[in-house]
Design a protein around this ligand. Structure first.
Ligand code: PLP
Length: 338
C-alpha cells in the first residue's frame, strides 16, 4: 500500500463527508506521525483533541492491550472493573457524582439533554423543556445535537429537527438572561467555543449566567467535549472558572484514541435517569474505559502545569489577540502558530 492507493480507495468506497487532506497516516509516536512515503509530521491537532497522550503512549497502549487480553466486551447487564473504576476516578477528580458512559461527544450531549428534560418534568411537570445554547456553539451531529448547535449552517438538509432549543448570544449577559424564560429547563455552553472559532467565554459572563440559573433551578450543562481532559491546563475547563455545574459532557481526549463519551452528573441530577431511561450497547466498554483510566492517570498536576505553561507561551505569541480580532477556523489557527 502507498498513500495514492489508499486515498483513491477511500474516495471510491468511503462516504465523502470530510474535506480530507491528501495525507494517509501510517503511524505515529508522541507528537509526530508518519505517512506511507517516509514523510514525518508534527501533529498540532492531536486527532482533533483526541490523542490526549499523543500517538502510542506506552502506558496507554499497555493498559489497553492488557485489558484486551482479559475482556473486550460484555453487555451492560453485567458489571466490569474498568467501567466502575473509570467512573469513580472521573467523579473524584471533578466533584461530580455519577457518570453515564457513551461512545461520542454528540451522544454524551444527548444524555445531558434527556436528563435535563426529565429532571424538569419530574420537578415541574410538562412544558418546561427548552434548552438554551449559545450562538456559534457546536454540540455534535445527531439530530438533537444539531438542533442544539447555534450555527445556521447546521440547520439545513435534515429538517424537521427536534424542537425545544433556542440560542442566546454568547458573551452577552443581558441577551442571554433574556432567553432564560419560564419554559427553559437548562442552558448548555462550551467555555471555549471550539468549532465556532476558538472563542473563550468571559469569566464574568459565565458566572453571571451560572448564578442566574442556580437561583431558578435551570440546569447548567457544560459541554467539555473539546475543552476537557487537560486541554486548558485543568482536567476540565470549568474547574478554572470555579463553577459546580449540574452536568458536564466529555469525549474526545478521554479515551486517548478510543471511542468514548461521558455524561457526568452532579448531585441534583445523579439519579434522574433511572432503569431503562437510557443506554448504549458499548457504553462503558472495558477497552474504552481502560484507555480512559490510563489517560486520567497520566493527566496529573505536572501534566496540567505543562499544558498551562504551553498555553501561556501561545498567548504570548498573541494568539488570543488574533482570535479576538477575527474568529479563526482550525487552519487559520494553525497558521498563527508558525
Ligand atoms: N461538542 C463539542 C464542543 C465538540 O467540539 C464536538 C466535536 O467536535 C462534539 C460535541 C461532538 O463530538 P463527537 O464528534 O464525538 O460526536
Amino acid at each position: 500500500m502507498n498513500s495514492a492507493k489508499i486515498i483513491s480507495m477511500d474516495r471510491q468506497y468511503v462516504t465523502n463527508t470530510y474535506a480530507r487532506y491528501d495525507l494517509a497516516i501510517r503511524g505515529g509516536l508522541g507528537a509526530v506521525c508518519f505517512d506511507f512515503d517516509g514523510n514525518k509530521y508534527i501533529d498540532f491537532s492531536s486527532g482533533i483533541g483526541v490523542n490526549s497522550l499523543g500517538y502510542s503512549d506506552t502506558g496507554w497502549v499497555d493498559a489497553v492491550t492488557k485489558q484486551l487480553f482479559k475482556l473486550q466486551h460484555t453487555s451492560n447487564l453485567y458489571y466490569t472493573e474498568p467501567c466502575a473504576v473509570a467512573a469513580k476516578a472521573l467523579c473524584e477528580r471533578t466533584g461530580m457524582s455519577k457518570v453515564f458512559f457513551a461512545n461520542s461527544g454528540a451522544e454524551a450531549n444527548e444524555g445531558a439533554i434527556k436528563t435535563a428534560r426529565k429532571y424538569s418534568r419530574d420537578q415541574y411537570g410538562p412544558g418546561r423543556h427548552t434548552i438554551v445554547t449559545l450562538t456559534n456553539s457546536f454540540h455534535g451531529r445527531t439530530m438533537a445535537a444539531l438542533s442544539a448547535t447555534g450555527q445556521e449552517a447546521f440547520h439545513k438538509h435534515f429538517d424537521p429537527f427536534p424542537e425545544g432549543f433556542k440560542h442566546a448570544p454568547a458573551n452577552d449577559l443581558q441577551g442571554t438572561l433574556a432567553e432564560l424564560t419560564d419554559d427553559v429547563c437548562a442552558i448548555m455552553i462550551e467555555l471555549v467555543q471550539g468549532e465556532g472559532g476558538v472563542v473563550p467565554l468571559d469569566a464574568d459572563y459565565v458566572k453571571g449566567v451560572y448564578d442566574y440559573c442556580a437561583a431558578r433551578d435551570i440546569l447548567y450543562i457544560i459541554d467539555e467535549v473539546q475543552t476537557g481532559i487537560g486541554r486548558t491546563g485543568a482536567l476540565f475547563a470549568y474547574q478554572r472558572y470555579g463553577l459546580a455545574p449540574d452536568i458536564v459532557t466529555a469525549a474526545k481526549g478521554l479515551g486517548g484514541g478510543l471511542p468514548i463519551g461521558a455524561t457526568l452528573f452532579g448531585e441534583k441530577v445523579k439519579d434522574t435517569l433511572g432503569l431503562t431511561d437510557h443506554g448504549a450497547t458499548y457504553g462503558g466498554n472495558p477497552i474504552a474505559t481502560a484507555g480512559a483510566l490510563a489517560v486520567l492517570d497520566s493527566i496529573d498536576g505536572d501534566f496540567l502545569a505543562n499544558v498551562a505553561a504551553n498555553g501561556e507561551y501561545l498567548a504570548a505569541r498573541h494568539y488570543f489577540e488574533k482570535t479576538k480580532e477575527k474568529q479563526l477556523n482550525t487552519d487559520e489557527f494553525l497558521l498563527t502558530l508558525l
